[in-house]
Ligand binder design. Structure first.
Ligand SMILES: [Zn+2]
Length: 95
């Protein structure tokens, strides 16, 4: 993905939240209260996951590298994009 494609895909913080939400729902979320990988529902108004068993809510950043950070998800994704692009460039130079 080029930087231009990236900027078109992740135009707003909400675009980034939707992307992370879909990834995490696909991967599965472990409930901090149940301590099990249970089915979670998305609560859109506060951008949290809700456990279907105990109804405990989990922040979208919880359990990720972004957990303790106040930096927006968009900034995180941009940084991750640059790091992965640089890594690919190094691969092309080396091979
Ligand atoms: Zn639970």
């Amino acid at each position: 993905m080029t930087i231009f494609q990236f900027m078109d895909t992740f135009r707003t913080e909400q675009d980034c939240i939707e992307y992370i939400k879909d990834l995490r729902l696909k991967q599965g979320i472990t409930c901090k209260r149940c301590n099990e990988k249970t089915k979670h529902y998305w609560v859109k108004y506060n951008n949290k996951f809700q456990c279907s068993v105990c109804r405990s809510r989990t922040n979208i950043k919880s359990g990720t590298i972004m957990e303790k950070s106040k930096i927006s998800i968009r900034v995180w994704l941009t940084a991750i994009h640059f790091i992965s692009t640089i890594k690919k460039s190094f691969r092309y130079i080396l091979l």
